[in-house]
Design a binder for this molecule. Structure first.
Ligand code: PMT
Length: 400
């Protein structure tokens, strides 16, 4: 899939979520877009122009009256340059200014001067989000064709709980760069497993693997950006929950099996991206094992095969597996496709340490009954979007 080279103007206003701006710039540039950043004065208290200049590779503008910046690219020129204006985070104050047409700083002036498609990712305290004034301002902007990206819900920096968190950068990047794809999975229910499982040996020890969850979480973000209702069943990872995704946390393979079997009824698509431990210790002893002996022997028993169990359900969802291989990747992947009765399988070569486990990048060879496609090395966010589009295409063909 080729992604059109876009000029994206990222406006950052002064809220705590501004700390995510460098990551957002990285995710936007990873799609092949050109990114320029404009900061409001208060945003410079949360994130430095220098770090945004480094990640975007372009000068960062902060001041309407800066002669040097105006000489390089004047604000009207900047407004015309943009295909997309994304304001993230958009504070309540910024939203109010835009709704009322004020132009007292660079960002609000650019908003009035641009004909670009405008997206706002509001981020604020939940009470401020619910305030009648904020909701009225958002309604005004929506009527004017501005796309408001719903904030994430959860615990907030101020300690409150509710809507007002800025969605994850990967989600925002996918949403604004691929709007044409935005609805291909609308109304589809998707269950995705991600991360490792931990198999307890005693109360303080376990066996596990190097899965970081990045690939599975990127798939959840991509599926959400394409309009699906997503349930993410995750082993222990150190990642933020993607926006608007129903997260179920588990530890062991048996817990993951149980959570999947509960979630998978009425599901359209199941994707098994988790690195599920194939075996677990026969028993998890009640007390910490003492180191009296030179040798310790553990006996393992096979875990349930979650993917195969889903694929063999009566009325099974469209089932997609992953294959982590270190040799003869396509041979083993095709074997798993057939043996586990899958609709599709995405294989990665985990002998290459620069991709696969715990890396930001991956490359996939995808197989289905009468086709295959290679997805070249890319950021996991980008790759997840390509894979989700391929899955959607095959799903539609099967149900045509
Ligand atoms: O999490 P990251 O650091 O981003 O790394 C991503 C990844 C390398 C973990 C991911 O891309 C990947 O390859 N996931 C599958 C890992 C794996 O367990 O592969 P496998 O070939 O052993 O298993 C084949 C399939 O069966 C997988 O879909 C797996 O989820 C599933 N399985 C395996 C065993 C089991 N008991 N139950 C299962 O459902």
């Amino acid at each position: 899939m080729t992604i059109k080279k876009l000029n994206i103007l990222l406006g950052v206003s002064g809220g705590i979520a501004a700390y995510k701006a460098p990551d957002l710039v990285r995710k936007l540039t990873a799609t092949g877009a050109q990114v320029r950043v404009v900061l409001t004065e208060s945003a410079t208290q949360f994130v430095s122009p220098l770090s945004l200049q480094a990640v975007s590779g372009n000068p960062v503008s902060t001041d309407l009256l800066d002669p040097a910046a105006e000489a390089a690219m004047g604000h009207i020129e900047l407004a015309k340059w943009a295909d997309i204006l994304l304001i993230a985070p958009a504070t309540a104050n910024c939203i109010a200014k835009l709704a009322h047409g004020l132009a007292d700083d660079l960002l609000s002036t650019l908003y009035l001067a641009t004909s670009a498609k405008v997206y706002l990712a509001p981020a604020m305290n939940q009470q401020m989000w619910f305030a009648a004034a904020t909701q009225a301002n958002l309604a005004t902007l929506t009527q004017r064709g501005i796309q408001i990206i719903e904030p994430d819900s959860g615990e907030q920096a101020c300690g409150d709980t509710g809507p007002g968190r800025m969605p994850e950068p990967q989600y925002l990047a996918s949403l604004v760069t691929q709007p044409e794809a935005a609805q291909v999975l609308k109304g589809k229910r998707i269950v995705i497993t991600a991360g490792p499982t931990r198999e307890a040996i005693d109360p303080v020890r376990y066996i596990s693997n190097h899965s970081s969850g990045k690939m599975g979480y990127a798939l959840a973000s991509a599926a959400k950006a394409l309009g699906a209702e997503v349930t993410l069943i995750s082993g222990p990872v150190a990642l933020d929950t993607p926006a608007w995704v129903n997260l179920v946390k588990v530890e062991s393979a048996q817990q993951m099996h149980q959570a999947v079997m509960l979630a998978v009824a009425e599901t359209d698509i199941f994707i098994g991206c988790a690195a599920v431990a194939d075996y677990r210790p026969v028993e998890c002893v009640g007390q910490k094992i003492k180191k009296h002996n030179q040798e310790l022997t553990l006996t393992f028993i096979k875990n349930p095969d979650i993917l195969a169990d889903v694929a063999n359900l009566k009325g099974a969802p469209f089932t997609v597996g992953f294959a982590a291989e270190t040799q003869d990747v396509s041979h083993y992947a095709k074997d798993k496709l057939q043996r586990k009765n899958l609709d599709m399988i995405a294989a990665n070569d985990v002998s290459d340490r620069t991709i696969g486990f715990n890396s930001d990048q991956n490359a996939l060879s995808v197989f289905w009954k009468d086709g295959e496609k290679s997805l070249a090395v890319a950021d996991k966010g980008q790759l997840a979007m390509q894979l989700m589009l391929l899955i959607s295409q095959n799903y539609n063909e099967k149900h045509a």
